[in-house]
Design a protein around this ligand. Structure first.
Ligand code: SF4
Length: 374
């Protein structure tokens, strides 16, 4: 496929790898922020092709994974109501709440539907005026614009039986929290290219300067990852800590102003709880006061639901890069994609799911079925 195969070219990958090997003189630890990048790295065995001195630490950028358990429980409570049609992207249906998941709610008679766009949920609301239609609006800066657009449309068209269960999170405060953590080993970041295609890069120079870490905006194909690593390692070896855009084919410095304006109109910044990590100040969005009527938490009075994370699941440590997934005692035994204890095992961007899918079952250096790019 054009514009895809070019970024999986083995000869070019080898050249980038040779350059990285020639540049590295000492150990460096880089965090890839996005779960999509983690899957590319594990699927293609990129971490195993890098010099031993370069460690890739998997970051918290999987939207399903960081949605806190209590938000899942709120979704389950709302979806169980007989007057509700609950709409979600498919990967949320298998995420375990305290005692069930959305599939279970559906099997028990709940009207839970998989949609491919929040606007599909709005269409369902127009077609079912006697029902309350709720869309599960989770994710990072990438999914915030379409979710904001849907609320904007509902307001413009006077559709009152639509609401949004919101759990939006933002990358820069997460980077701040990771760097402030006492256990942090991260020396540089591969920032999520799709997030920057929306928000631009203006939020990152101050972070890079204050924490003295290079932040390289990076894409999602194997060559994107290798180029991001190459640029980050070059900066580290030179003692630099700048923001560098290695995904210029998709990211403009100022991002997408129209999308940012839509977000600013519908949402306001708020503290957010991250699964297994806890509350990070200013790390999310909620509906602004003008649109609070579209907030499903208030409409269905579930704001009081609070839930403790299960002790057996160490997804918080995985999401902060403190352990690799196979270092969790439950990995592959009590916790598998069929019997998940945490969202990181079922999300399509979850690190635990990647390690299970690509057979990183034991030692970090011995994948059974990884497919190297070269
Ligand atoms: S392997 Fe399962 S229990 Fe362990 S951190 Fe991952 S999702 Fe949680």
């Amino acid at each position: 496929m054009k514009y895809l195969e070019e970024f999986r070219n083995p000869d070019l990958a080898r050249r980038l790898l040779d350059d990285i090997h020639a540049t590295v003189t000492r150990p460096w630890a880089l965090m890839e922020v996005c779960g999509g990048q983690t899957h590319t790295i594990i699927r293609h065995g990129i971490d195993q092709l890098l010099p031993d001195q370069v460690e890739l630490i998997h970051g918290p950028g999987c939207p399903v994974c960081v949605t806190p358990l209590e938000t899942i429980d709120k979704a389950l409570e709302i979806a169980s109501r007989p007057d509700v049609i609950f709409c979600s992207f498919g990967d949320m249906l298998r995420v375990p709440g305290t005692d069930r998941d959305l599939f279970r709610v559906r099997s028990e008679g709940g009207d839970v539907r998989v949609v491919y766009s929040p606007l599909d949920a709005l269409k369902i609301a127009r077609e079912n005026p006697g029902k309350e239609v709720v869309f599960f609006g989770i994710g990072f800066e990438t999914t915030a614009p379409p979710n904001a657009m849907t609320v904007h449309q509902a307001h413009r068209l006077g559709i009152r039986n639509f609401s949004l269960l919101v759990s939006h999170v933002r990358v820069p405060p997460a980077i701040e929290a990771i760097m402030r953590s006492g256990d942090c080993r991260v020396q540089g970041f591969l920032a999520a290219g799709h997030v920057c295609s929306v928000m631009g890069v203006d939020e990152y120079p101050e972070l890079a300067a204050r924490h003295r870490v290079p932040i390289v905006v990076t894409g999602f194909e194997p060559l994107d990852i290798l180029e991001g690593v190459r640029r980050a390692v070059q900066q580290l070896e030179r003692g630099e800590h700048r923001v560098d855009n290695a995904y210029a084919r998709a990211v403009r410095p100022r991002g997408n102003p129209a999308a940012q304006a839509m977000i600013a109109d519908i949402f306001e910044v708020t503290d957010r709880s991250w699964r297994g990590i806890g509350t990070i100040p200013d790390s999310g969005w909620r509906l602004s006061a003008r649109y609070r009527d579209y907030d499903a938490e208030h409409r269905f009075a579930v704001t009081g639901i609070t839930t403790e994370e299960p002790a057996a699941c160490r997804s918080g440590d995985v999401l902060q890069g403190l352990i690799k997934p196979h270092e969790c005692p439950a990995f592959g035994t009590d916790c598998t994609p069929r019997t998940p204890l945490g969202a990181t095992m079922v999300s399509s961007e979850g690190a635990c799911a990647a390690y299970y899918l690509y057979r990183r079952l034991g030692t970090p250096t011995a994948p059974l079925e990884a497919t190297p790019v070269v």
